[in-house]
Design a protein around this ligand. Structure first.
Ligand code: PRP
Ligand code: URA
Length: 209
């Protein structure tokens, strides 16, 4: 499957293992999600266009590479995307932030939208969409479509755990959108949860289990 990037990073795997652990409490879960959000954002930004400029260090004049365009916007898919957003903002402090409220019906697994607040300059900056769970892919497909509708043409999608079903759906609907994930899991269960997964990310993040 093209379009998927999983950073080869022992620290990321360690943090994901602790995030998966059912004994990790809500405070620990939030902290880990933020840390993983920072690491995935670093990976997602690795191929941003650069330009070279003259820079004076305290020692000498040199040339250094920097971003050619303003930082991309961050778009958190509520609720669980807020956990990733905290870490992503540490890496991209100048990035405007959008919020997209989507909730999945637990029986039909179809996501419905309850809030949309997106930055104006999506067209100029592009966007990194953040949602820890890519399960059936319904939420991610909708989220990316919304961000495109608002003008973004360069979009990346970062999640913690992807299921093969969700990855297929997202890549089929939006083949131009690279997916950056900490892991590709085995499958979905009959209730639409990722296996082995980490449970309900929103509930664990906000203590609403
Ligand atoms: C979770 C998760 C994704 C979605 C993934 O959110 O954060 O947005 O499910 O499932 P899908 O790929 O099958 O659409 P949920 O709807 O549970 O809302 P919450 O974050 O508010 O708990
Ligand atoms: N949403 C979650 O929070 N977890 C899953 O495993 C699937 C969807």
């Amino acid at each position: 499957m093209t379009g998927l990037r999983i950073p080869d990073n022992a620290l990321l795997r360690h943090k994901l293992a602790r995030l998966r652990d059912r004994r990790t409490d809500s405070a620990g879960f939030r902290r880990l999600l933020a840390e993983i959000g920072a690491m995935l954002t670093m990976e997602a930004m690795a191929d941003l266009p650069e330009r070279e400029e003259a820079v004076e260090t305290p020692v000498t004049a040199t040339r250094a590479r920097m971003l050619a365009a303003p930082e991309p916007c961050l778009v958190a898919v509520l609720r669980a995307g807020l956990g990733l957003l905290e870490g992503a903002r540490g890496i991209l402090p100048e990035a405007p932030v959008g919020h997209l409220g989507l909730v999945r019906d637990e029986h039909t697994l179809v996501a419905s939208e309850y809030v949309v607040r997106l930055p104006r300059d999506l067209a100029a900056r592009g966007a990194l969409v953040l949602d820890p769970m890519l399960a059936t892919g319904g939420s991610a497909v909708q989220a990316v479509a919304r961000v495109k509708q608002a003008g973004a043409t360069t979009i990346r999608f970062a999640c913690v755990v992807a299921a093969p079903e969700g990855l297929h759906a997202l890549c089929a609907a939006h083949p131009d959108v690279p997916v950056i994930a900490a892991a590709l899991d085995e499958k979905l269960n009959e209730r639409g949860y990722i296996v082995p997964g980490l449970g309900d990310a929103g509930d664990r993040c906000f203590g609403t289990e």
